[in-house]
Design a protein around this ligand. Structure first.
Ligand SMILES: [Zn+2]
Length: 357
């Protein structure tokens, strides 16, 4: 893996590579943009490239066997074996990207690099020996501050990646602020966030902002195919994914749920709507994805129709668009989804049709 493994973020990657090459890396960087577009992966690659030694990692050959202690002559003749010298071999000439083969890169790839720390709620649960919580706590940020004061162990830079940094409540953000105000030399803190305004203005003003755009559909399709999706399915999900791998995964989960419904089951609409998540933010995102699926299906039916059927689909298209707009307001997502599904069924578009190409 290197920067070349990140698709659809060419402009941003170019900017980050220029930062590495210049050697003027800001102590605090905010990667912001929609979920599922590669912010975290890029942060890891950035940390790898920054710490890459660009020299080949070679295992030391095994030490020669120790001389037999009883054989005094042999021991006196050989003396202590000299440490084999391994001159580092330059194997990678691009200073703005990682080589993938040096000791630093290998450790980073295995998640065991002593100077690259990923701070998220899963890491916090292990650190504080408790069950995973939704928020990053003050204690975790204090621990980060303490590590930041220590010298790097293996490489030139200590990189902290705070993943989904919106999980820090204001007191935790204030605890981090000290590190950003007086950054120890060679320290970089990268915060990845979907909405940068979830961070305190004092954090934002001390950080370099790097924006990530939504993924172009061809890049999203390539990623989905690499993850095992069939080309036709990948193309459909890429179209529904609105430039986000996370949204494409939501759409895929929906299609799976839909394909499990029994056609003709009178209660399928209610069962489907009842399966919405309790978390209102997640429920809204799921309802929006489903309405997008319904809209896509209605549009293709409208294009193929003529006469009275065309009028029927025009009305359904308008109605579904209205419901889609309502999904951005404070409404009952359960009722919204139920209404959309029932009206579509009445017009002849069944939920199970959504999984048909
Ligand atoms: Zn390397």
């Amino acid at each position: 893996m290197s920067f070349s493994s990140i698709l659809g973020q060419d402009k941003t990657i170019k900017r980050l590579r220029a930062l590495i090459e210049s050697g003027r890396v800001p102590p605090a960087i905010i990667f912001h943009g929609a979920p599922g577009i590669g912010k975290f992966l890029t942060a890891v690659e950035f940390a790898k490239a920054l710490n890459c030694s660009h020299t080949e990692h070679r295992e030391r050959p095994p030490a020669p066997p120790a001389p037999d202690e009883n054989d005094l002559f042999a021991a006196a003749a050989t003396g202590p074996a000299p440490e084999p010298e391994l001159p580092p071999a330059k194997i990678h000439s691009d200073p703005s990207d990682s080589c993938g083969t040096c000791l630093s890169c290998l450790q980073a790839a295995s998640g065991a690099h002593p100077d690259i720390r990923i701070v998220d709620t899963a890491f916090q649960a292990a650190l504080l020996d408790e069950t995973e919580s939704a928020n990053l706590k003050i204690d975790t940020m204090r621990e980060l501050t303490r590590w930041a004061q220590q010298k790097p162990m293996l490489s030139g830079w200590k990189v902290f990646i705070v993943r989904d940094a919106e999980a820090m409540m204001p007191p935790a953000q204030n605890a981090l602020l000290k590190t950003l105000e007086e950054p120890p030399p060679g320290t970089v803190v990268i915060l990845t966030v979907s909405k940068k305004n979830s961070l305190l203005s004092t954090i934002i003003s001390r950080s370099c902002l790097v924006e990530f755009g939504r993924l172009p559909a061809p890049a999203l399709k390539t990623i989905l195919e690499a993850q095992g999706a069939e080309p036709a399915q990948a193309a459909a999900l890429a179209a529904l994914g609105s430039g986000s791998l996370e949204k494409a995964a939501d759409a895929a989960a929906f299609l799976k749920q839909v394909s499990a419904l029994r056609p003709g089951d009178q209660s399928k609409v209610f069962k489907f709507a009842a399966g919405l998540p309790r978390d209102s933010h997640k429920a809204r995102e799921e309802v929006k994805t489903l309405l997008d699926l319904l809209l896509a299906k209605t549009r293709s039916s409208w294009t193929a129709a003529s006469g009275p059927a065309k009028t029927k689909f025009t009305a359904l298209l308008r109605r579904t668009l209205d419901l889609r707009r309502m999904a951005d307001r404070n409404v009952s997502y359960y009722l919204l989804l139920e209404t959309a599904l029932l009206e579509s069924e009445r017009a002849g578009i069944k939920i199970e049709d959504l999984v048909k190409p």
